[in-house]
Design a protein around this ligand. Structure first.
Ligand SMILES: Nc1ncnc2c1ncn2[C@@H]1O[C@H](COP(=O)(O)OP(=O)(O)OP(=O)(O)O)[C@@H](O)[C@H]1O
Ligand SMILES: [Mg+2]
Length: 236
């Protein structure tokens, strides 16, 4: 009998809304609460040179934010060369994105850490091949979902559509994080209040301000510690 996985699936209202920064903050914050943590980026597109070697940037940050020591290929089991839609990047390499393999990677990490933070790719529904998409991966993992809302004009519609899609897959939207990606957003507070009302009963797990250096510890400091503690207690 394999133990149930414990952790979160982090999705977002779009690509480039701060999923990685918030995931790193969550890894840091959950680590501070005394749990061992592991980050996972099941599918990543686009490689760069890093101190740790050639890899995807998200994979590198999730790895360095994990409390346990992990190999790059463990955090990023499917890293694709081209920075484009994953199924296109995979096709260019003659590779396939296999949900079963990604699930096996998640299970392996879940046996070694108390808490997994799995970052999705792009928004909630990104094609993996002709029939399956990233929402199928989220459903296969079955982890509670945290939605990162990139705070900018248009985010209310994107947040509601994403919340609806998450719930339509039978997944629990266990919380959302507002991330300030537009430092000059008009009526930001009113937008946040609207999100609080419309995303209920999902709680707000934090509002991250625009940060010059969005380091894991700084992002973690913007997360609601009580809400996180509650989440960990209730998602056994
Ligand atoms: N609160 C913030 N303040 C300032 N910059 C931020 C903030 N959050 C994210 N950023 C910056 O915005 C960019 C996108 O953030 P991030 O990489 O976390 O997004 P993502 O949703 O993970 O993107 P992808 O879809 O590529 O995985 C990064 O350059 C990041 O440093
Ligand atoms: Mg990312």
């Amino acid at each position: 009998m394999s133990m149930a996985m414990r952790g979160l699936f982090v999705t977002g209202t779009d690509t480039e809304v701060g999923k990685t920064r918030v995931s790193a903050g969550l890894l840091h914050a959950v680590g501070q609460l005394g749990l061992s943590t592991a980050g996972l980026k099941p599918v990543a597109a686009g490689l760069i040179e890093t101190d740790a070697g050639r890899c995807n940037e998200d994979v590198a940050l999730l790895r360095s934010s994990s409390s346990i020591a992990l190999e790059l290929r463990e955090v990023g089991p499917c890293q694709l060369e081209a920075a484009c839609a994953p199924h296109i990047a995979a096709a260019a390499e003659g590779r396939q994105i296999r949900i079963d393999d990604l699930l096996a990677s998640a299970r392996d990490l879940a046996q070694r850490a108390d808490w997994l933070v799995v970052e999705g790719v792009g928004g909630f529904r990104v094609p993996f091949d002709d029939v399956r998409d990233s929402a199928d991966l989220a459903a296969a993992l079955g982890l509670p979902v945290v939605m990162v809302v990139g705070l900018r004009l248009g985010c209310l519609n994107h947040a509601l559509l994403t919340a609806e899609a998450i719930r339509a897959r039978g997944l629990a939207l266990c919380g959302w994080v507002g991330n300030t990606i537009d430092p000059d957003m008009a009526f930001r507070e009113q937008n946040i209040e609207t999100l609080r009302q419309w995303l209920r009963p999902a709680p707000c797990l934090g509002i991250v301000p625009w940060l010059d250096r969005p380091e894991p510890a700084t992002v973690a400091a913007s997360l609601d510690r009580d809400a996180l503690t509650n989440l960990i207690r209730t998602t056994a």
